[in-house]
Design a protein around this ligand. Structure first.
Ligand code: ACO
Length: 318
């Protein structure tokens, strides 16, 4: 048994933080941010709005797109590094909202690779015959761990959620997933505090050595896309769409160049929501599906890279 994507959904909060808003708060400019990152605006949760609220919107949209009921879902995996609570995990909290009580529900923390990890786990449960209809979700309230006094990170991050509904099928939809992590890179990208290590004075915020992370991201993503293509005996020209992690337009362009893909075969949404970490790939996927660019039968390469460092890919026949 294999798994196929039968529905996608996404959600962006109504509140918008533009580059011009940031210009008023820190020493930066709209021109610098657009040139160096491709980002124009980010969406920010309203007071009281949470990661699980956004995950629920995205999950319900994916269920509706597939014409399936939440009662049928027998596995939930939510990738997030900004869960509502320390516990229960975000997957269990989402399950409580959807009402399909009793099925396994997990939270996966792999920073920006969280959705690729969630998708891979859901696919493996289905392949193993342990689930028939699984939700893989990425949802983040990154604004809660963004230091708006640090122009090196504050310009990058936003909030949002995306979801994919996977169904068991004899025809393969998820052709492969490849996951990686290298914990030796901890000093380059991390959240400055937490429950066990202790909260950082002044708040727990993302800290990042931006240009070092940039160079490593370009190299690791180049290797990750080669790995996915080689494992499936697929050539670059067979790909219909690259659906990349939306971190920085220059990283996306470098990966597209590596694949010899023109940018009109790449789903690029980073301008509208910045880096939403684990939400970014399913958000871009849902946007590409709903605006009609991604069609049934298309071959998609999904990839992500983030804190850990973690990275990975999924090759998908949509
Ligand atoms: N506005 C104006 N100037 C700035 C800003 C800003 N917001 N930020 C930095 N600068 C300045 C720097 O101070 C530096 O000035 P200097 O030359 O006088 O020293 C200059 O611009 C260049 O700085 P760099 O850091 O080298 O700029 P770079 O081109 O690398 O862009 C960025 C920075 C956008 C952060 C980029 O490095 C990047 O996107 N990195 C990767 C981010 C990423 O993908 N992270 C992984 C996922 S995140 C997660 O997992 C949670």
């Amino acid at each position: 048994m294999r798994s196929r994507i039968v529905g996608t959904g996404s959600y962006l909060p109504a509140g918008v933080l533009t580059n011009f808003d940031l210009e008023k708060r820190m020493d930066t400019t709209d021109a610098w941010i657009r040139e160096r990152t491709g980002i124009e605006r980010r969406h920010i949760v309203a007071p009281g709005e949470t990661t699980v609220d956004m995950a629920e919107h995205a999950a319900r949209a994916a269920l509706e797109a597939a014409g399936r009921s939440s009662a049928e879902v027998d596995l939930i995996v939510v990738g997030t590094c900004t869960p509502d609570l320390q516990f229960p995990n975000a997957g269990v909290m989402l399950q409580g909202r959807l009402g399909n009580l009793g099925c396994p529900a997990l939270g996966v923390e792999a920073a920006c690779s969280g959705f690729i990890y969630a998708l891979s786990l859901a696919d493996k449960f289905i392949r193993a015959g342990e689930a028939k209809l699984a939700l893989a979700v990425g949802a983040e309230s990154l604004s809660k761990i963004t230091n708006y006094n640090d122009r090196g990170t504050a310009i990058l991050f936003g909030d949002g959620a995306g979801a994919v509904l996977l169904a068991a099928d004899e025809e393969p939809g998820i052709l492969s997933t490849h996951l990686h992590a290298d914990g030796s890179y901890l000093p380059l990208l991390r959240c400055s505090g937490g429950v066990s290590a202790g909260h950082a004075p002044g708040g727990d915020y993302i800290t990042m050595a931006g240009s070092e992370v940039f160079k490593i991201a370009v190299n690791m993503l180049a290797r990750a896309v080669d790995e996915a293509l080689e494992a499936n005996q697929v050539s670059r020209s067979d790909l219909d769409w690259l659906v990349p992690h939306q971190a920085n337009i220059r990283i996306i362009q470098a990966t597209a160049r590596k694949l010899d893909l023109p940018l009109d075969r790449v789903i690029i949404t980073v301008a509208d929501h910045g880096n939403t970490s684990s939400a970014s790939v399913p958000l871009a996927l849902d946007i590409g599906v709903r605006d009609g660019r991604i069609k049934r039968g298309d071959l998609l390469l999904l990839e992500a890279f983030g804190g850990g460092l973690t990275w990975g890919s999924a090759l998908v026949r949509y």
